[in-house]
Design a protein around this ligand. Structure first.
Ligand code: XIL
Length: 297
């Protein structure tokens, strides 16, 4: 029968979900996830604190549980995420300067070596821009120097030339937002100078404070025109209005370089914002938003 994954595949796109390793033992969860989606993002298990809890000692137990489940069920995997200001192990938080820069490089190399040739796309850097100004977010990585993002991308390209390399962020969906312009300027500069970047991930966590706007399509088009793929990487929408889910889906379909859509969890009860009931399933049931997405794909 038709599923989100098979429907998206008709236009050469994927439809993915975040997966949590702790839920792979829940048959109601794996039944829906296994049936509907053809791309998987580990929700937390590939983050820095999970994969390198002590410096130089890499742990892939939970990440591999998701990776193996995905591959055994015919799905591809998005790696999330190599460098981020959050979910940092304490050893990393205690480093500064060149030691932190080297720690970042070693982390990228360690994680990417384990999955070399097996990951569709990596979120190399996550959320490096400030919410209000359009400039960089203050973080320990930022304090090692402005070039930390391009160093991360060059390191990642050398570590696994087969993976698409993405910059991923939230509140960059509306073209009028300063943060969107800040990221756009960086990606344009990277493309002009030959810094290896293949894709931009738009998290797309829409709520009443940062609502969906129809100019998301303009944003996707403008980034794609820079010569990168665009991906909707963590979609959830407060209240899950069917019309908004349909509009986001149509926006991706309207942009040839929009490679696919990932929702940030399977059922409302799995959401990091479960109180917002922002996803496509409630318990075992498809919500109206599900039908709207499927009809649009
Ligand atoms: C969230 C997870 O969903 C939660 O389980 C965790 O407690 C915190 O992180 N942007 C991202 C994701 O890039 O990694 C975040 O995921 C949501 C916001």
């Amino acid at each position: 029968g038709t599923t989100l994954g098979t429907a998206a595949a008709r236009s050469g796109r994927y439809f993915g979900t975040a997966i949590s390793a702790s839920k792979l033992g829940d048959p109601a969860y794996t039944t829906i996830a296994g049936r509907e989606f053809d791309m998987v993002t580990p929700e937390n298990e590939m983050k820095l604190d999970a994969t390198e809890p002590r410096q130089g000692q890499f742990v892939f137990t939970a990440a591999d549980r998701i990776f193996d489940w995905a591959v055994q069920n015919g799905k591809r995997v998005r790696g999330h995420t190599l460098v981020w200001h959050a979910a940092q192990p304490s050893w990393l938080q205690s480093l500064t300067g060149s030691a932190l820069r080297q720690g970042m490089i070693d982390h990228i190399n360690g994680v990417m070596a384990h999955y070399k040739g097996k990951i569709y796309a990596w979120d190399v850097v996550n959320e490096a821009f400030s919410d209000s100004t359009g400039g960089r977010r203050d973080s320990n990585f930022q304090r090692t120097g402005d070039d930390w993002i391009e160093v991360a991308f060059r390191t990642a390209r050398a570590a696994d030339p087969a993976a698409r390399l993405c910059y991923n962020d939230y509140n960059i969906e509306n073209w009028s937002w300063a943060k969107t312009q800040g990221v756009y300027t960086m990606v344009k500069d990277f493309k002009q100078r030959g810094v290896p970047i293949d894709c931009v991930g738009f998290q797309a966590h829409f709520n009443s404070l940062t609502p969906y706007s129809a100019d998301f399509r303009t944003t996707l088009r403008n980034f794609a025109a820079l010569g990168v793929d665009v991906q909707i990487t963590e979609l959830d929408i407060q209240g899950a209005p069917a019309t908004t889910y349909a509009a986001v889906t149509a926006d991706c379909l309207a942009v040839p370089r929009c490679a696919g859509i990932t929702v940030w969890g399977v059922r409302d009860q799995d959401s990091w914002r479960s109180g917002d009931t922002p996803l496509l399933f409630s318990g075992n049931d498809r919500k109206p938003a599900y039908d709207a997405v499927l009809d649009t794909l």
